[in-house]
Design a binder for this molecule. Structure first.
Ligand code: NDP
Length: 260
């Protein structure tokens, strides 16, 4: 069986620029034949919209919509549009996260209550909200994919509150997989990517050192690319992965198996 996503509707969140992991995923889904819907985080001057629209134009998305996951009305509007224009959703890509920069450096115990709530709300609860809204639209065998990081299970320096957000995200994957599987064979999985230079990762203190460390220690002696994460997402989205649900799949050059 070949990887074929022709006729599949895929909603991709989290493209900020050409370094975004979501951009790598969108490209690979498009290459496999999927019909794309892209959401972007709107700002007052419309700069993000213009940038993401220009970047994604070659992939000819059939939907291009604003969605701030802290705005429930905007999220509902996205799914109303999906219901009226696509009628069903086959692939949902959750590829977004946020924490205050001050909470991504130094002592973890300094995390503020507000910073804790913000990181959890945007990075973790948004997956649950998206799945609740998508539930009536999921097709038989639909696939939900989110992005996580090793900091969910190990105390990675400076990752701090985002480690908690990712641990809760990975638990959400298991609970959502248990809920959504029985009726329509909907699968929910996470990809745990190795460190990649992006806008979001640049907010994490010492990210370059972490990348160099991985280049020295990972079995493959390198970090991974957005395209490699995208290929794994395309696989997980396809019927080739029809038996995989509730899992965290590592795309990290093998780093997580080392004792370092
Ligand atoms: P990017 O900065 O490219 O992507 C993060 C995205 O989240 C951006 O598009 C950002 O929008 C969006 N976002 C932030 N707040 C909101 C919000 N309130 N509503 C909607 N969207 C929002 O970074 P990455 O590609 O690195 O991150 C993608 C995912 O991959 C994240 O979950 C991240 O934790 C995960 N990951 C990243 C790794 C890495 O090393 N880069 C490693 C493992 C996992 P905008 O930029 O416009 O604010």
């Amino acid at each position: 069986m070949l990887l074929d996503l022709n006729g599949k509707n895929a909603l991709v969140t989290g493209i900020a620029n050409n370094r975004s992991i979501a951009w790598g995923i969108a490209q690979q889904l498009h290459q496999a034949g999927a019909n794309l819907g892209i959401t972007y985080l709107p700002d007052e001057k419309g700069r993000f919209e213009a940038k993401v629209r220009e970047l994604t134009a070659p992939l000819s998305p059939s939907l291009f919509l604003p969605m701030d996951v802290q705005d429930p009305a905007q999220m509902e509007a996205v799914f109303q549009t999906l219901a009226s224009q696509w009628h069903q959703l086959d692939i949902l890509i959750h590829c977004l996260a946020f924490a205050n920069k001050a909470d991504l450096v130094g002592d973890f115990s300094n995390t503020t209550a507000e910073g804790f709530r913000t990181a959890m709300d945007i990075s973790t609860y948004s997956l649950t909200s998206l799945c609740r809204l998508a539930k009536p639209l999921f097709s038989e065998g639909a696939s939900v994919i989110t992005l996580t990081y090793l900091g969910a299970e190990r105390a990675v320096p400076n990752y701090n509150i985002m480690g908690l957000a990712k641990a809760a995200l990975e638990a959400s994957v298991r609970y959502l997989a248990a809920e959504l599987g029985p009726e329509k064979q909907v699968r929910v999985n996470a990809i745990s990517a190795g460190p990649i230079r992006t806008l979001a990762s640049s907010a994490v203190g010492g990210i370059l050192q972490m990348i160099h460390h991985v280049e020295e220690k990972a079995p493959l002696r390198r970090t991974v690319t957005q395209q490699e994460v995208g290929n794994t997402a395309a696989f997980l989205a396809s019927p080739l992965a029809s038996g995989i649900s509730g899992q965290v799949l590592y795309v990290d050059g093998g780093y997580c198996i080392t004792g370092l």
